[in-house]
Write a protein of this length. Structure first.
Length: 241
């Protein structure tokens, strides 16, 4: 059985539909800022693994809500890791741990420096997750199923995709966690501009610029996914058995 944090979030909702043996406690039952609720949830459900998707993800909002962003992303991850013991952790991280000036970042490339406060919080959270006795960090990036904005950045390049494209990939990794020897995986798709991604599901989206975002954004935050592309067929074959 898998215990999922952030089950009401964008990725969490998709994973609940894809993983039949998952349990996702409500925020009242498992509040990452309250360690006693984490301990109680782990004792009640005794999971085989914990998948940590819960996070503060408002990049612009993090600049003015720093305390809350840090409490959730860093403090919440720390509280979770401290309670895990030997239970495996799958920590969902982000491409924003990289600076984003050149793209094609591989798993072992140096991270940072953080481009904004959200990036800082996720970079530190990732390092906290690595203190877990057994862990897998999955760096990824995704959008809702439908493009939600009137414009999209033409000058930001990424390997993110829509959540219904990314979630099945992450679910595959979770189902075969015991077959993955890596501690870090990049799960994403090909490099494209944010505008190119938006146009796949919006016929009316207009070009925009990161200069109008109100927060410092990367130029090219795309991830190198060769490790995942090599591993994926092996895991898919296990699914077929």
């Amino acid at each position: 059985m898998i215990l999922l944090t952030g089950g009401s979030g964008r990725l969490g909702r998709e994973l609940k539909a894809l993983l039949p043996d998952v349990i996702a406690p409500s925020s009242a039952e498992l509040d990452l800022t309250r360690p006693e609720t984490i301990a109680a949830a782990l004792a009640t459900h005794t999971p085989d693994a914990v998948v940590h998707t819960a996070a503060y993800t408002d990049v612009k909002g993090a600049e003015t809500n720093k305390a809350h962003c840090w409490a959730v992303n860093v403090g919440g991850t720390r509280n979770l890791v401290c309670a895990l013991g030997s239970t495996p952790l799958v920590h969902i991280s982000t491409d924003y741990v990289f600076y984003g000036d050149r793209g094609n970042y591989a798993e072992d490339d140096p991270v940072g420096p953080p481009r904004n406060y959200y990036a800082l919080s996720k970079l530190v959270a990732e390092e906290v997750a690595r203190t877990a006795e057994r862990h897998l960090v999955i760096r990824t990036s995704f959008r809702p199923r439908e493009w939600p904005y009137p414009s999209a950045f033409r000058d930001v390049h990424t390997s993110q995709d829509y959540v219904d494209v990314i979630a099945p990939e992450i679910a595959l990794a979770i189902r075969h966690l015991d077959a993955i020897s890596y501690r870090t995986l990049h799960v994403a798709t090909e490099r494209k501009s944010v505008l190119e991604l938006a146009k796949r599901r919006s016929s009316t989206v207009q070009p925009g610029s990161k200069a109008d975002a109100g927060v410092d954004l990367p130029d090219d935050i795309s991830l190198n996914t060769q490790r995942w592309r090599t591993l994926r067929p092996q895991l898919a074959a296990k699914d077929a058995l």
